[in-house]
Design a protein around this ligand. Structure first.
Ligand SMILES: [Fe+2]
Ligand SMILES: [Fe+2]
Length: 198
């Protein structure tokens, strides 16, 4: 008696849990090869790209604006931090500024790979950003403002990871890496607040 194939089972809605993992990888290689030769100007963006490109560029440009605002805020704070606890905290701010800059670079590079243009215009930068640029009057306020911004970034990156999902696994993976670092930043800031009892 012939085995019941996975395809038959799933076609009948009878697929047992975990069975999807055992399904063979099937792709129409001939069609993929033909498509790859067309639209070569599109670079990494193939016909199988699962998102609306303009929407993907807009979502990533808002993340880019957020990172650039975070660079500026951390830079300002690293120079303005003053007081007996200031030196290690200023160093932490400077390190975060450099890491936010690296995030901005990753996002800008990905926008270009997806056929878009990264928006670095200072005009309207803070309105494109998810997080605010708040200067803070003292060390405690600076740390608090940075923590708020990190928490906003964490939530928005989590949403973006969900939105890109399987439609664009590369962008999803890039954003997951950034998200993990924003979580570290938030953790470090909350430690600073507690340890220094500011
Ligand atoms: Fe960042
Ligand atoms: Fe961050």
């Amino acid at each position: 008696m012939a085995d019941i194939t996975t395809q038959q089972l799933s076609g009948q809605g009878l697929q047992p849990p975990g069975q999807a993992l055992r399904q063979p990888f099937v792709a129409d290689i001939k069609a993929i090869r033909e498509r790859a030769r067309q639209h070569m100007d599109d670079g990494a963006v193939t016909a199988g790209y699962g998102k609306d490109q303009a929407q993907a560029h807009a979502v990533l440009n808002s993340a880019l604006a957020t990172e650039l605002v975070c660079v500026l805020r951390y830079k300002r704070h690293s120079f303005m931090a003053a007081g007996i606890y200031a030196e290690p905290i200023a160093q932490e701010f400077a390190q975060h500024a450099a890491e936010e800059q690296a995030h901005a670079d990753l996002i800008a590079r990905r926008i270009v790979q997806l056929g878009g243009a990264p928006d670095f215009s200072p005009e309207g930068l803070s309105s494109r950003s998810h997080a605010d640029y708040v200067e803070g009057n003292n060390l405690k306020e600076m740390i608090q403002e940075n923590l708020v911004a990190e928490r906003i970034a964490i939530d928005t990156y989590r949403e973006m990871v969900r939105w890109f999902g399987d439609d664009d696994p590369t962008t999803k993976r890039i954003l997951e890496g950034i998200l993990a670092q924003e979580e570290e930043h938030a953790d470090e800031l909350s430690d600073l607040l507690q340890k220094n009892q500011l």
